[in-house]
Design a protein around this ligand. Structure first.
Ligand SMILES: NC(=O)c1ccc[n+]([C@@H]2O[C@H](COP(=O)([O-])OP(=O)(O)OC[C@H]3O[C@@H](n4cnc5c(N)ncnc54)[C@H](OP(=O)(O)O)[C@@H]3O)[C@@H](O)[C@H]2O)c1
Length: 170
C-alpha cells in the first residue's frame, strides 16, 4: 500500500520560490498553513532547504535528501541519498504511523526530481513577482488538472495576497 505523494510549495507569479537560500517574501499565513498541512506526516526536503530551516519541524518526520551518505543531521531526522530513496522511506514511515500523505517540501532541485513521481500538487500562488534564484517547475496542463482554488485570507503581516490551488494528475 502506498500513500499519495504531494508536492507543497509557495510559488510567485514568475515561478519564484527562493532567494539566497531563503523565501523571497514574508507570508506568515502560509507558514501556518504549511504547518497544518504537514503535521503528522513524513516530509521530504533537500539538504539546502533543511539548512535554511536550521532545525527539525516539530510533529513531522523529516527525510532530508543529500548526496552525502553521512550528513550531520539532528536526532530524529532521517537521511536519504536519492529522491526515490527518500520517498520510499517516507512511504514506510507513513505506513507505520498511519499518515495519509507523504509531503515533499522543496526546494527547487527536489521539486524537479519528485514532480514526475508525485500524485498531487498543493500550491500557494503568491501574488508577487519577486527577485529569485530558485523556481518551481512548470505545472504542465497536459499532466496536471486544477481540482480546487481558494482565495487565501491575507493577514496584516502578509506581504501579499495568495490563493491555494490543488492539482491532481489527469
Ligand atoms: N517557496 C517554497 O515553497 C519553498 C519551499 C522549499 C524551499 N524553498 C527555497 O528553495 C531554495 C532551496 O532550493 P535548492 O534547489 O537550492 O535546494 P534544495 O532542493 O533544498 O536542496 C538541494 C540539495 O539536495 C540534495 N539533492 C538534490 N537532488 C538530489 C538527488 N537527486 N539525490 C541526492 N541528493 C540530492 C543535494 O544535497 P547535498 O549538496 O548535500 O548533496 C543538493 O545540494 C531556498 O531558497 C528555499 O528557501 C522554497
Amino acid at each position: 500500500m502506498t500513500v499519495p505523494v504531494v508536492l507543497i510549495a509557495a510559488v510567485g507569479r514568475n515561478g519564484a520560490i527562493g532567494l539566497r537560500d531563503g523565501l523571497p517574501w514574508r507570508l506568515p499565513s502560509d507558514l501556518r498553513q504549511f504547518k497544518a498541512e504537514t503535521v503528522g506526516k513524513p516530509v521530504v526536503m533537500g539538504r539546502k532547504t533543511f539548512a535554511s530551516l536550521g532545525r527539525p519541524l516539530p510533529g513531522r518526520h523529516l527525510v532530508v535528501v543529500s548526496r552525502d551518505p553521512a550528513p550531520a543531521l539532528p536526532e530524529g531526522v532521517a537521511g536519504a541519498t536519492s529522491v526515490e530513496g527518500a520517498l520510499a522511506l517516507a512511504q514506510r514511515i507513513a505506513a507505520e504511523r498511519g499518515a495519509a500523505e507523504v509531503m515533499v517540501a522543496g526546494g527547487a532541485e527536489i521539486y524537479r526530481a519528485a514532480m514526475p513521481l508525485a500524485d498531487a500538487l498543493r500550491i500557494t500562488e503568491v501574488d508577487l513577482e519577486p527577485a529569485a534564484d530558485s523556481f518551481f517547475p512548470a505545472v504542465e496542463p497536459a499532466v496536471w488538472r486544477e481540482l480546487s482554488r481558494e482565495m487565501g485570507e491575507r493577514g496584516e503581516r502578509d506581504e501579499a495576497g495568495f490563493a491555494v490551488v490543488r492539482y491532481g494528475r489527469r
